[in-house]
Design a binder for this molecule. Structure first.
Ligand code: SAH
Length: 252
Protein backbone atom coordinates (compact mmCIF):
# COMPACT_ATOMS: atom_id res chain seq x y z
CA UNK A 1 0.00 0.00 0.00
CA UNK A 2 1.13 3.55 -0.70
CA UNK A 3 0.39 6.44 1.65
CA UNK A 4 0.66 9.88 0.12
CA UNK A 5 1.48 12.19 3.01
CA UNK A 6 1.70 15.97 3.23
CA UNK A 7 4.88 16.84 5.13
CA UNK A 8 3.75 20.39 5.90
CA UNK A 9 5.68 23.55 5.04
CA UNK A 10 8.91 22.70 6.85
CA UNK A 11 8.79 22.71 10.65
CA UNK A 12 8.74 19.02 11.66
CA UNK A 13 6.08 19.60 14.32
CA UNK A 14 3.67 20.81 11.65
CA UNK A 15 3.34 17.27 10.34
CA UNK A 16 -0.08 15.79 11.16
CA UNK A 17 -0.35 13.05 13.80
CA UNK A 18 -1.60 10.68 11.11
CA UNK A 19 1.31 11.52 8.81
CA UNK A 20 3.80 11.00 11.65
CA UNK A 21 2.29 7.59 12.48
CA UNK A 22 2.46 6.46 8.86
CA UNK A 23 6.10 7.59 8.64
CA UNK A 24 6.99 5.78 11.85
CA UNK A 25 5.64 2.53 10.36
CA UNK A 26 6.93 2.93 6.78
CA UNK A 27 8.99 0.28 5.01
CA UNK A 28 9.91 2.70 2.25
CA UNK A 29 9.87 6.50 2.08
CA UNK A 30 10.07 8.48 -1.15
CA UNK A 31 10.33 12.16 -0.23
CA UNK A 32 10.28 15.31 -2.34
CA UNK A 33 13.93 16.34 -2.19
CA UNK A 34 14.93 19.86 -1.24
CA UNK A 35 11.44 20.87 -0.10
CA UNK A 36 10.85 18.35 2.69
CA UNK A 37 12.69 19.10 5.92
CA UNK A 38 15.10 16.15 6.40
CA UNK A 39 14.43 16.37 10.17
CA UNK A 40 11.05 14.74 9.42
CA UNK A 41 12.84 11.65 8.07
CA UNK A 42 14.15 11.04 11.59
CA UNK A 43 10.76 9.46 12.38
CA UNK A 44 11.44 6.62 9.91
CA UNK A 45 11.99 3.20 11.46
CA UNK A 46 15.38 1.51 11.23
CA UNK A 47 15.85 -0.47 8.02
CA UNK A 48 13.36 1.68 6.07
CA UNK A 49 14.57 2.43 2.53
CA UNK A 50 14.62 6.15 1.76
CA UNK A 51 14.60 7.72 -1.72
CA UNK A 52 14.87 11.35 -2.76
CA UNK A 53 12.36 11.84 -5.58
CA UNK A 54 14.12 15.03 -6.76
CA UNK A 55 16.60 12.73 -8.47
CA UNK A 56 13.98 10.34 -9.87
CA UNK A 57 11.54 10.14 -12.76
CA UNK A 58 7.92 9.03 -12.31
CA UNK A 59 8.96 5.63 -13.69
CA UNK A 60 11.71 5.29 -11.07
CA UNK A 61 9.32 6.28 -8.28
CA UNK A 62 6.89 3.60 -9.45
CA UNK A 63 9.72 1.08 -9.65
CA UNK A 64 10.74 1.81 -6.04
CA UNK A 65 7.10 1.40 -4.96
CA UNK A 66 6.79 -1.90 -6.85
CA UNK A 67 9.98 -3.19 -5.19
CA UNK A 68 8.61 -2.25 -1.74
CA UNK A 69 5.28 -3.94 -2.52
CA UNK A 70 7.12 -7.12 -3.60
CA UNK A 71 8.96 -7.10 -0.27
CA UNK A 72 5.65 -6.66 1.60
CA UNK A 73 6.52 -3.11 2.69
CA UNK A 74 4.26 -0.05 2.74
CA UNK A 75 5.54 3.11 1.07
CA UNK A 76 5.08 6.67 2.30
CA UNK A 77 5.22 9.08 -0.63
CA UNK A 78 6.08 12.27 1.22
CA UNK A 79 5.21 15.53 -0.50
CA UNK A 80 5.89 19.04 0.74
CA UNK A 81 3.03 21.09 2.16
CA UNK A 82 -0.21 19.45 1.06
CA UNK A 83 0.08 16.94 -1.77
CA UNK A 84 -2.94 18.44 -3.58
CA UNK A 85 -1.10 21.65 -4.52
CA UNK A 86 1.52 21.22 -7.28
CA UNK A 87 2.21 17.73 -5.94
CA UNK A 88 2.02 15.78 -9.22
CA UNK A 89 0.10 13.12 -7.28
CA UNK A 90 -2.65 12.43 -9.80
CA UNK A 91 -0.30 10.74 -12.29
CA UNK A 92 1.06 8.56 -9.49
CA UNK A 93 -2.41 7.62 -8.24
CA UNK A 94 -3.54 6.72 -11.76
CA UNK A 95 -0.43 4.58 -12.32
CA UNK A 96 -0.98 2.84 -8.96
CA UNK A 97 -4.62 2.17 -9.88
CA UNK A 98 -3.47 0.67 -13.19
CA UNK A 99 -0.97 -1.52 -11.32
CA UNK A 100 -3.59 -2.60 -8.76
CA UNK A 101 -1.63 -1.06 -5.86
CA UNK A 102 -3.90 0.54 -3.23
CA UNK A 103 -3.18 4.02 -1.88
CA UNK A 104 -4.56 6.68 0.42
CA UNK A 105 -3.82 10.36 0.94
CA UNK A 106 -3.10 12.23 4.18
CA UNK A 107 -3.29 16.02 3.93
CA UNK A 108 -0.66 18.42 5.25
CA UNK A 109 -0.33 22.10 6.03
CA UNK A 110 0.30 23.82 2.71
CA UNK A 111 3.02 26.44 2.53
CA UNK A 112 0.43 29.09 1.66
CA UNK A 113 -1.00 28.53 5.15
CA UNK A 114 2.49 28.48 6.70
CA UNK A 115 3.29 31.79 4.98
CA UNK A 116 0.06 33.42 6.19
CA UNK A 117 0.88 32.27 9.73
CA UNK A 118 4.39 33.72 9.45
CA UNK A 119 2.89 37.05 8.41
CA UNK A 120 0.02 36.91 10.89
CA UNK A 121 -2.29 37.43 7.93
CA UNK A 122 -5.86 36.48 7.01
CA UNK A 123 -6.52 36.09 3.27
CA UNK A 124 -10.28 36.50 3.56
CA UNK A 125 -10.83 39.88 5.19
CA UNK A 126 -14.44 41.14 5.01
CA UNK A 127 -14.68 44.17 2.74
CA UNK A 128 -11.26 43.44 1.19
CA UNK A 129 -11.36 40.01 -0.44
CA UNK A 130 -13.29 36.81 0.01
CA UNK A 131 -11.25 34.71 -2.40
CA UNK A 132 -7.72 33.34 -2.50
CA UNK A 133 -6.15 32.70 -5.88
CA UNK A 134 -3.45 30.04 -5.80
CA UNK A 135 -1.45 30.21 -8.97
CA UNK A 136 1.97 30.33 -10.59
CA UNK A 137 3.72 32.14 -13.39
CA UNK A 138 4.24 30.22 -16.62
CA UNK A 139 7.90 29.30 -16.92
CA UNK A 140 9.41 26.15 -18.37
CA UNK A 141 6.16 24.51 -17.24
CA UNK A 142 3.20 26.08 -19.03
CA UNK A 143 0.02 27.53 -17.51
CA UNK A 144 -3.24 27.59 -19.53
CA UNK A 145 -3.50 30.95 -21.36
CA UNK A 146 -6.82 31.83 -19.68
CA UNK A 147 -5.02 31.51 -16.31
CA UNK A 148 -2.15 33.83 -17.16
CA UNK A 149 -0.95 35.77 -14.12
CA UNK A 150 -2.22 39.02 -15.66
CA UNK A 151 -5.68 37.44 -16.13
CA UNK A 152 -5.73 36.15 -12.55
CA UNK A 153 -4.55 39.57 -11.32
CA UNK A 154 -7.58 41.22 -12.95
CA UNK A 155 -9.66 40.08 -9.95
CA UNK A 156 -7.64 42.03 -7.38
CA UNK A 157 -8.32 39.18 -4.92
CA UNK A 158 -5.89 37.87 -2.31
CA UNK A 159 -3.28 35.95 -4.26
CA UNK A 160 -0.53 33.42 -3.52
CA UNK A 161 2.01 32.74 -6.24
CA UNK A 162 3.92 29.46 -6.07
CA UNK A 163 6.97 28.31 -8.04
CA UNK A 164 7.84 31.75 -9.37
CA UNK A 165 10.44 33.21 -7.00
CA UNK A 166 13.11 33.00 -9.71
CA UNK A 167 11.07 35.21 -12.06
CA UNK A 168 10.07 38.14 -9.85
CA UNK A 169 10.56 40.74 -12.61
CA UNK A 170 7.93 39.04 -14.72
CA UNK A 171 5.68 38.41 -11.71
CA UNK A 172 5.68 42.14 -10.95
CA UNK A 173 5.05 43.07 -14.59
CA UNK A 174 2.11 40.66 -14.91
CA UNK A 175 0.54 41.71 -11.59
CA UNK A 176 0.59 45.35 -12.71
CA UNK A 177 -1.38 44.44 -15.85
CA UNK A 178 -4.24 43.44 -13.55
CA UNK A 179 -6.13 45.21 -10.76
CA UNK A 180 -3.12 45.74 -8.50
CA UNK A 181 -1.20 49.02 -8.40
CA UNK A 182 2.46 49.66 -7.54
CA UNK A 183 1.25 50.53 -4.01
CA UNK A 184 -0.66 47.26 -3.44
CA UNK A 185 0.88 45.46 -0.44
CA UNK A 186 2.86 42.31 -1.16
CA UNK A 187 5.23 39.97 0.65
CA UNK A 188 7.81 37.36 -0.21
CA UNK A 189 8.02 34.54 2.32
CA UNK A 190 11.12 32.36 1.97
CA UNK A 191 11.10 28.93 3.63
CA UNK A 192 8.03 29.62 5.78
CA UNK A 193 8.24 27.81 9.15
CA UNK A 194 11.86 26.66 8.58
CA UNK A 195 14.55 28.02 10.93
CA UNK A 196 15.92 30.07 8.01
CA UNK A 197 12.52 31.63 7.22
CA UNK A 198 12.67 35.16 5.77
CA UNK A 199 9.75 37.58 5.55
CA UNK A 200 10.08 40.46 3.13
CA UNK A 201 7.19 42.88 3.18
CA UNK A 202 7.00 45.16 0.14
CA UNK A 203 4.56 46.41 -2.47
CA UNK A 204 3.83 45.17 -5.96
CA UNK A 205 5.98 48.05 -7.27
CA UNK A 206 9.02 47.02 -5.20
CA UNK A 207 8.57 43.23 -5.37
CA UNK A 208 11.33 42.38 -7.86
CA UNK A 209 13.87 44.76 -6.33
CA UNK A 210 13.15 43.49 -2.80
CA UNK A 211 13.57 39.85 -3.87
CA UNK A 212 16.79 40.58 -5.79
CA UNK A 213 18.27 42.52 -2.88
CA UNK A 214 17.61 39.56 -0.53
CA UNK A 215 18.89 37.05 -3.11
CA UNK A 216 15.61 35.08 -3.16
CA UNK A 217 15.46 32.66 -6.10
CA UNK A 218 13.49 29.65 -4.86
CA UNK A 219 11.47 28.06 -2.04
CA UNK A 220 9.46 31.22 -1.61
CA UNK A 221 5.90 32.34 -2.04
CA UNK A 222 4.73 35.72 -3.24
CA UNK A 223 1.62 36.99 -1.50
CA UNK A 224 -0.27 39.92 -2.95
CA UNK A 225 -3.32 41.93 -2.01
CA UNK A 226 -4.86 44.51 0.26
CA UNK A 227 -5.27 41.82 2.95
CA UNK A 228 -1.62 42.60 3.74
CA UNK A 229 -2.43 46.29 4.29
CA UNK A 230 -2.78 48.17 7.53
CA UNK A 231 -6.57 48.08 7.83
CA UNK A 232 -9.63 49.10 5.86
CA UNK A 233 -11.48 45.83 6.48
CA UNK A 234 -14.90 45.40 8.04
CA UNK A 235 -15.47 43.46 11.22
CA UNK A 236 -16.99 40.00 10.82
CA UNK A 237 -20.75 39.51 10.95
CA UNK A 238 -20.23 36.20 12.75
CA UNK A 239 -18.96 37.90 15.91
CA UNK A 240 -20.99 41.10 15.60
CA UNK A 241 -23.34 41.56 18.62
CA UNK A 242 -26.01 43.00 16.26
CA UNK A 243 -26.03 39.90 14.04
CA UNK A 244 -28.12 36.79 14.81
CA UNK A 245 -26.64 33.41 13.94
CA UNK A 246 -27.84 29.84 14.34
CA UNK A 247 -26.08 29.74 17.71
CA UNK A 248 -26.56 33.23 19.11
CA UNK A 249 -29.31 35.87 19.26
CA UNK A 250 -28.43 39.47 18.42
CA UNK A 251 -28.35 41.78 21.42
CA UNK A 252 -31.33 44.20 21.32
N1 SAH B 1 2.56 21.06 -2.15
C1 SAH B 1 3.32 22.22 -1.75
C2 SAH B 1 3.78 23.05 -2.93
C3 SAH B 1 4.79 22.35 -3.81
S1 SAH B 1 5.36 23.32 -5.14
C4 SAH B 1 2.52 23.05 -0.74
O1 SAH B 1 1.36 22.71 -0.45
O2 SAH B 1 3.07 24.00 -0.19
C5 SAH B 1 6.85 23.99 -4.51
C6 SAH B 1 6.71 25.49 -4.25
O3 SAH B 1 5.98 25.67 -3.06
C7 SAH B 1 8.02 26.23 -4.04
O4 SAH B 1 8.59 26.62 -5.25
C8 SAH B 1 7.55 27.42 -3.25
O5 SAH B 1 6.94 28.37 -4.10
C9 SAH B 1 6.46 26.82 -2.40
N2 SAH B 1 6.92 26.40 -1.06
C10 SAH B 1 6.99 25.14 -0.57
N3 SAH B 1 7.37 25.15 0.73
C11 SAH B 1 7.56 26.47 1.06
C12 SAH B 1 7.90 27.16 2.26
N4 SAH B 1 8.16 26.50 3.39
N5 SAH B 1 7.99 28.51 2.22
C13 SAH B 1 7.71 29.20 1.10
N6 SAH B 1 7.35 28.61 -0.07
C14 SAH B 1 7.27 27.26 -0.09
Amino acid sequence: MVHFVGAGPGAPDLLTLRGAKLLSEAGCIIYAGSLVNPAILGIAPEGCSVYNSAEMTLEQVLEAIRAAEAAGRDTVRLHTGDPCVYGAIREQMDALDAAGIPWDDTPGVSSFCGAAAALGAEYTLPGISQSVIITRLAGRTPVPQRESLAAMASHGASMVIFLSAGMLDRVQEELLKGAYTPATPAAIVYKATWPEEKILRCTVGTLAARGAEAGIRKTALVLVGDFLGQGGYERSKLYDPAFTTEYREAAQ
